[in-house]
Design a protein around this ligand. Structure first.
Ligand SMILES: [Mn+2]
Length: 398
């Protein structure tokens, strides 16, 4: 990329200035040797935390949706969509804020000492694929756009076929409704064997009618508190009581206790925020791992409001009494054995965060921990292993 820019700059010079002014320097009209290119890289290839155009963690950036030739093992993709929220809007600015807050993540100092791995300098090709240009005017269209984008990006051949059979996506949100198109895009591949690990203050399995609904409208069903209800209705997630999905960090007010009965009926296991006091991080980790195991494909959906507003005020529906950032990171490290096939970090709404950008920093750290887990798991996983066989059988059923 860098060399291309230099060459095109030189070409632009020759086009705009006189031939004489440009001639003689021979910057743009000769072949560069590999050694010369390496020397340029050595001299100018460095990026400090505060330099560069702002891709996630200074990763190579490509508009993957318009460049089918781009391949990757893990893609960071922004979904700047926030018109399905019930309270504060603003999460459309989340992807940019998370990228900005990831500035101090670099490949040269990316070693995650908790995970004992540098996800940016390992087997995986990780790309920042930019944003999906989601309509802010038409939610039905937005849902279609996100579904098609996730399907397109997820079905591309990976770079490291020896480690995975399809690439993994980590979505920067955006409001939480984007989990529905993300799960729809995984349906053909995993079918109902897919399980969800959901970090959130809120259930998000609410029947759409639990919102004020005197004016019936199917369109209102697509909102950031009902997407897991819709996913259940559409058979996108596990509905076997032997293989429940998991909520972690719950603490919101309810319509009534029947919200929990509805949640039970949708095959969810609940870990509430207060469980952290009673069980500690170790207990929470054990409960998640005992429930989800290390083989079933798991989609991780993390609403940043799982954190207490003291740590993450920049979010759409803050709820006091949440976990600390340190506790969340500890839990994320403890569950690295999960077979994560995709993830999102959502509801980052920078207009409500402090000048220290603590909310977006926490979200960027979550992405780092998820990347570390995916790369670490993939290092020991071969395509065609147990988790992959499950994918084959899910495909056969369809
Ligand atoms: Mn929430």
């Amino acid at each position: 990329m860098r060399y291309t820019s230099i060459v095109s700059l030189a070409l632009a010079c020759c086009q705009s200035a006189s031939v004489l002014a440009c001639g003689g320097h021979k910057h743009g009209d000769r072949e560069w040797t590999q050694a010369e290119l390496e020397e340029l890289e050595r001299k100018w290839g460095t990026e400090f935390g505060y330099t560069g155009i702002g891709s996630f963690a200074h990763l190579k950036h490509a508009k993957c949706l318009t460049t089918p030739s781009e391949h990757y093992d893990i893609a960071i993709i922004g979904a700047p969509f926030d018109t399905a929220v019930s309270y504060r809007p603003g999460a459309r600015f989340g992807p940019r804020a998370i990228r900005q807050a990831s500035s101090r993540q670099t490949s040269f100092r990316g070693y995650n000492q908790r995970a004992n791995i540098n996800p940016y300098a390992n087997w995986a090709t990780i790309l920042d694929c930019g944003d999906i240009p989601v309509s802010p005017f038409d939610n039905a269209l937005a849902l279609r756009q996100m579904t098609e984008a996730f399907a397109e990006l997820g079905n591309r051949a990976p770079v490291s076929a020896q480690h995975l059979s399809r690439p993994k996506l980590i979505t920067l949100g955006g409001d939480h409704s984007l989990a529905l198109p993300a799960l729809r895009a995984l349906r053909d591949y995993y079918g109902p064997s897919l399980r969800v690990l959901h970090f959130d203050a809120h259930l998000d399995t609410w029947h759409p009618d639990k919102y004020p609904s005197a004016w019936p409208s199917t369109q209102t069903h697509f909102n950031h508190g009902s997407m897991f209800w819709l996913a259940g209705q559409e058979g996108l997630v596990s509905n076997s009581s032997a293989k429940p999905n998991v909520h972690a960090g719950l603490r919101t007010r309810l319509s009534g206790l029947d919200d929990y009965l509805d949640d039970d009926a949708q095959n969810w296991h609940r870990i509430v925020s207060d469980d952290m006091d009673d069980m500690g991080t170790r207990g929470v980790i054990d409960r998640i791992m005992d429930t989800l195991g290390t083989e079933d494909p798991v989609y991780l959906s993390l609403d940043i409001d799982v954190l207490d507003p003291a740590f993450a005020p920049g979010t759409g529906t803050p709820e006091p009494g949440g976990w600390t950032t340190r506790e969340l990171i500890r839990v994320l490290r403890g569950i690295e054995g999960l077979n994560l096939v995709g993830a999102d970090v959502v509801e980052v709404s920078p207009a409500y965060q402090g000048a220290g950008e603590e909310t977006a920093l926490a979200a960027a750290q979550v992405v780092f921990e998820v990347l570390s887990s995916m790369v670490k798991k993939g290092a020991s996983q071969k395509a065609g292993s147990v988790g992959e066989e499950k994918q084959e059988s899910a495909r056969d059923e369809l």
